[in-house]
Every structure is written in structure tokens, then in C-alpha cells.
Design a protein around this ligand. Structure first.
Ligand code: SAH
Length: 240
């Protein structure tokens, strides 16, 4: 197995030690990602060290925002190649995970890699959040909703908060100076039944520009949300 020192040391700073089985899963995940990336566009980051830091470890930083993930029901909205959902699932095999992805080719990769890694309790849903969030088996059914690099926050909360049960959390993984983006989203967070709880910094070497926007679900999302596909991005609510 190739050396995963960057992931191992980063994970230990987060308070986790990865066992040999988990390291093997991360190693297989890396190799499948690189292999499939030659045929379908999954990531621009391919260097082993960079993938360990900017994909795997970055995904695990979600643990800074939540204590219990081990038996939670999670959905990763716009998961792409499985980020942040799959690294978290490797760390917490007991979680129940839905990976939502609009692109069928990426979903084919996800199904392949889940099988290859032998992961249980992971469901791949191909579709757009604007539609899937209206399906009763998914609406307001998740303890935790995650999303990384999908849309600006004002758009994103319309796509994600409808999945979140009352009392659950939505965690958006963001980068850099995000105060203006958070301010622009203030109104739509309320409209979706959410409440901004915290913007947390990730203080890890190589990931110091990362931020976790933590939003609580305090009341039901009105049934008309999310609006039709494309509308939340084209006309974000509450943005002047
Ligand atoms: N979360 C991954 C992928 C980011 S790219 C990562 O951080 O690496 C954004 C992904 O979201 C793309 O794969 C795109 O197909 C998907 N996506 C964008 N809008 C979506 C929507 N409305 N519903 C479902 N998936 C969406």
C-alpha cells in the first residue's frame, strides 16, 4: 500500500486514528478515482499528497462541526466523486449515507467505488436536489445534510435544507472570506426554516482557508421549496 502519511497525520490532529482496513479503503478509493478520472471528469486534483489533503482530509474536517456521526442519517448533496460523503463513511462505517449527484456518469463511478470498498448502507441517488427534495422518502428525513463546492450559500440552502429534519444540521464546506456570501444567504436561511448557528474555521495545515457554515433546522421548509431545477441558482431568494 502506498504511504498515506498526510491523511494519517491530519486525521490524528482531528482526533482519529485510521485502522489498516480504513487505510486500505482510502488507498483503493484513490486508485479508482485516478483510473476513472481518465475517462470521466471527476477531479482536477490527482497528486497523491494533494488528494489526501484536499479531498480526503478536507472531507473529514466536517467532524469539527458535529460530535456524533456514527449512527446518523446523512445526505451529501452534489457529491461528485463522493466528497465529502465517502471519506466520512470510511471513518464512520455505521452511518447511513445517501450520495446525491445529478450526473449519471459520476453516479456510475460512485456505485463502482462503493462496491469496490465494500461499504454498506450507502445509497446513490441520481437526480437534481430541486426534484429529489420533493420526494417523501427524502424530504426532511436526514439528521445531517452536507455539501461541498456546489453553489453559493443563498442557492445552496434552498437545495439542502428541505432534506434536513427539524433539529438536524446542514453543514456547508466553504473556502476563504465568506462573510458577504453568508450575509447574502441570511434571508433564505430563514425562509427554508433554518438558523445560522456558527461559521467555524478549520485550523489544519494546508486547509487553513476552509470554513464550515453550520445551519440548524428549526422549522419545516414550506412545500413550494426548492423551486424548479435551475431556479435556485438563477434567482437566489432574498438576494438583491
Ligand atoms: N462535492 C464534490 C463535487 C463538487 S462539483 C466535491 O466537493 O468535490 C459539484 C457537483 O454537484 C457536480 O458533480 C454536479 O453534477 C453536482 N450538482 C450541481 N448541482 C446539483 C443539483 N442541483 N442537484 C444534484 N447535484 C448537483
Amino acid at each position: 500500500m502506498s504511504k498515506m502519511e498526510y491523511l494519517i497525520s491530519g486525521a490524528s490532529k482531528l482526533g482519529f486514528s485510521l485502522n489498516p482496513g480504513q487505510l486500505e479503503q482510502f488507498d483503493s478509493y484513490y486508485r479508482e478515482l485516478i483510473d476513472w478520472n481518465q475517462r470521466i471528469n471527476l477531479t482536477s486534483i490527482t497528486d497523491f499528497k494533494e488528494v489526501q489533503l484536499r479531498h480526503f482530509l478536507d472531507s473529514l474536517t466536517v467532524t469539527l462541526a458535529v460530535k456524533r456521526l456514527s449512527d446518523a442519517r446523512l445526505i451529501d448533496v452534489g457529491t461528485g466523486a463522493g466528497l465529502p460523503g465517502l471519506p466520512l463513511k470510511i471513518l464512520f462505517p455505521g452511518m447511513r449515507l445517501v450520495l446525491l449527484e445529478a450526473t449519471a456518469k459520476k453516479a456510475a463511478f460512485l456505485i463502482h467505488v462503493i462496491e469496490r470498498l465494500g461499504l454498506d448502507d450507502v445509497e446513490v441517488v441520481v437526480g437534481r436536489a430541486e426534484e429529489v427534495a420533493h420526494q417523501s422518502q427524502h424530504r426532511e428525513k436526514f439528521d445531517m445534510v452536507l455539501s461541498r463546492a456546489v453553489a453559493q450559500l443563498a442557492t445552496l440552502v434552498e437545495l439542502t435544507l428541505p432534506f434536513c429534519r427539524i433539529g438536524g444540521r446542514f453543514i456547508a464546506q466553504k473556502k476563504g472570506f465568506i462573510d458577504p456570501e453568508v450575509s447574502r444567504a441570511a434571508k433564505v436561511i430563514g425562509l427554508m426554516g433554518g438558523k445560522l448557528l456558527e461559521v467555524k474555521r478549520v485550523n489544519l495545515e494546508g486547509l487553513a482557508d476552509r470554513r464550515l457554515v453550520i445551519i440548524g433546522k428549526v422549522s419545516p421548509t414550506p412545500e413550494k421549496y426548492p423551486r424548479r431545477p435551475g431556479i435556485p441558482a438563477k434567482r437566489p431568494l432574498g438576494v438583491a
